[in-house]
Design a protein around this ligand. Sequence first.
Ligand code: HGY
Ligand code: MN
Ligand code: MN
Ligand code: MN
Length: 411
Amino acid sequence: MTLSSIDAARLLGRLRELGDIGRDADGRLTRLAASDTERGGRDRFVSWLEAAGLDVAVDRIGNIFGIWATEGIADRPPLMLGSHIDTVINAGIYDGCYGVLAGLEVIETLKASGYMPGRPIVVAAFTNEEGVRYAPDMLGSLIYSGGLDLDAALATIGTDGSVLGDELHRIGYAGDREPGFLKPHAYLELHIEQGPVLEREGVALGAVENLQGISWQKVTIEGDANHAGTTPISMRRDAGYAAARVVTFLRERAKASNTPTVATVGCMAFEPNAINVIPSRATFTVDLRDPDEARLQQEEAALADFLDTLSSEEDVTISVERLARFEPVMFDAGIVAEIETAARARALSCRRMTSGAGHDAQMIARIAPAAMIFVPSKGGISHNPKEFTGDDELVVGANVLLDVTRKLTQG
Ligand code: HGY
Ligand code: MN
Ligand code: MN
Ligand code: MN
């Protein structure tokens, strides 16, 4: 049986075109959720959906859906293919966008081939997957799956003081559909691995069977500003030094544990942030992840204990705000098996794996059987303009998405 293929030039061309929307004067790509640059990406994506003859729907949290529902099956639960088009700061062009554009490509290829699916096929671009401007991350798919109150989410204040709901209105993407208006029969997300495993093992595809738990916290340490030259070390309430001890504690604990636990302090700010003033305040974020829920809780407890000890040792006051907390997720074994079957049919190497990154699939897995397909990331690099996956690898992933989509929508 000759296996059909997606239109590689169209997919790769769109990936590059979308990848150029939101570059600053230095060529850095940043499309934060509900920003003007993201509006540009959203508009371009909607124009492609319309050109493909799909029905376009936008829900109240700004999730965008392209719907292909042929006569007689429109009321059946759809297969949903999705990901996100918002990015981190100074991003690559593949994270999220690849899955959204490959989903559209699969629909267009099937439509053009005369294929008659047994259920609608929908491609989704979820709002604020990255969580860089508004916490928590995966916010659009979390709302879509009923994991958070919609009004509370719309009232979320961003790192720039903006209000998500106002920004969605301002960019024209405060939609009218209720989140969850389409209950998927199944959900499939194609994504770059963003890690080193597939490349290191020389494997073409990942059939992602689970996704690790995520804990995001914001820590504020209050000390006393004082003169850098006259204040004896023994008399300091140095918020900056205390913060540095937390960073070291987290790295050394994760390094010493022979577990998959990872810990990251990604943001840090000192006040008053002056070369000759002992910091009076340090605020920073902590991102803890582990595939095992009990171990993730242990890591959170160990951090809390360390902060208690630190506050008395350094005579500082410490407060913690939880920004996001998602338990580990198991994906649907049946869909994972379909991914492996599709890979074998194309004589592609494939291995089961855990996702280290968070994805919209972990949220939609709350309301439908879900799974993910990974393609290799060069050097395992992501959330970095050096993020790269070869054209052939991108096309291979999209063709397997095509095959599994056909399998999951047979009449
Ligand atoms: O943080 C994450 O893993 C996701 O990219 N938002
Ligand atoms: Mn992503
Ligand atoms: Mn990402
Ligand atoms: Mn992600």
